[in-house]
Design a protein around this ligand. Structure first.
Ligand code: AMP
Ligand code: MG
Length: 335
């Protein structure tokens, strides 16, 4: 089996930073902090003291320690092992946010997906293609609505396990940004492995320019979105996948309805909104939904913009977003 590692620095990240760097005349000291967390390279850049950036990094590392599914000492691993238990207020808050986003997306985003993700080998590195019978049986264990969360107490039905990999980075970016804002930071770009969280604009008042990777060409970008004081998060099958002996490529974003990688015509879904946690959960969910359902979902809301790149080579963009395509033709939706 040919295996692609996701933690190789993605082009999107590099571009996001190189694009933001150009043409900016800093009006105060810009500090940068790069570190490895949540299985990816994170790059924080802010007009802020180094010590504040280090504290923002601690917020991210703390969330990782609490909810990493691969760290057996994490609170989340204990929940999965014991079928529930008592968690810290921080973990309870993240779980509550995640469950509300499961409800919002009608289960396209479902944090109880872990048994499925593990069966395909995405957290163990032992990639395999489970039979349809096996994935159908695993799907019976997937139902976020059966998770009970009362204050700091969690109960999971037999066999159910939680995976917060589809929301943790966006949530961490939001929390880190809120901390920096509360400490007077007005201009920052936090790049959490392709989950971009910005504070304000560049010091010269112009927007941050965030590159969206071309899902079909890892050395190119598909376009650039301009954002201010918002998060931009992309989900794409290219981020983590393997090619099996049958010659097929299987990726890490699962359709909770089938227990198999979601193949509904979307190659990448980028969500732009104020709230990074919402962006992260929706990017996963809209990838799962496919373009038509995603469009209907967007029409039912007014709190996000999106860029969907489809298998047909089309880019679907919502009108609230300044997006410049570098390659695929754009269809801009209207309300
Ligand atoms: P993202 O890159 O944000 O789309 O998140 C993908 C990760 O979220 C995967 O590696 C899994 O850990 C997890 N995941 C996969 N499918 C789903 C799903 N349908 N709902 C929630 N989490 C998922
Ligand atoms: Mg996500």
């Amino acid at each position: 089996m040919k295996i692609k590692k996701r933690w190789a620095l993605s082009l999107a990240l590099t571009l996001a930073l190189s694009l933001t760097a150009c043409g900016t005349a800093p009006q105060e000291t810009q500090n940068k902090l790069d570190f490895f967390a949540m299985d990816t390279l994170m790059e924080f850049s802010a007009y802020a003291d180094e010590s504040l950036l280090a504290e923002a990094r601690e917020i991210v590392m703390d969330i990782e320690r609490r909810v990493s599914v691969t760290d057996e000492k994490s609170e989340l691993s204990a929940l999965n092992r014991d079928g529930g238990g008592t968690v810290s207020p921080e973990t309870a808050a993240l779980l509550e946010t995640a469950l509300s986003l499961c409800r919002l997306t009608g289960g396209a985003f479902d944090v109880s997906i872990y048994p499925v993700v593990r069966a395909w080998g995405f957290t163990t590195g032992h990639y395999r293609v489970p039979s349809f019978d096996e994935t159908a049986a695993l799907c019976e264990r997937v139902d976020y609505a059966a998770i009970r969360l009362n204050a700091d107490s969690v109960t999971l039905p037999d066999g159910m396990e939680i995976d917060l990999g589809g929301i943790a980075k966006g949530y961490a970016g939001r929390e880190a940004a809120n901390y920096l804002r509360a400490n007077g930071v007005t201009s920052a770009l936090l790049n959490l492995g392709g989950n971009v969280q910005t504070i304000g604009s560049k010091p010269d008042g112009s927007a941050w320019r965030v590159a969206v990777r071309d899902p079909l060409n890892e050395s190119a970008y598909a376009g650039v979105a301009e954002i201010r004081d918002k998060a931009a998060v992309t989900s794409g099958g290219y981020e983590r996948h393997f090619t099996a002996d049958d010659g097929q490529t299987y990726w890490h974003i699962m359709d909770p309805a089938t227990g198999r990688p979601a193949r509904n015509g979307v190659l990448s879904a980028t969500i732009v909104a104020d709230d990074g946690a919402l962006c992260d959960a929706l990017s996963t969910a809209l990838f799962v939904m496919g373009a038509e359902r995603a469009e209907r979902f967007w029409r039912s809301r007014n709190d996000f913009d999106m860029v969907l790149i489809t298998e047909d080579g089309e880019t679907i963009v919502t009108p609230g977003l300044a997006y410049e395509s570098a390659s695929y033709p754009v269809r801009t939706l209207s309300r």
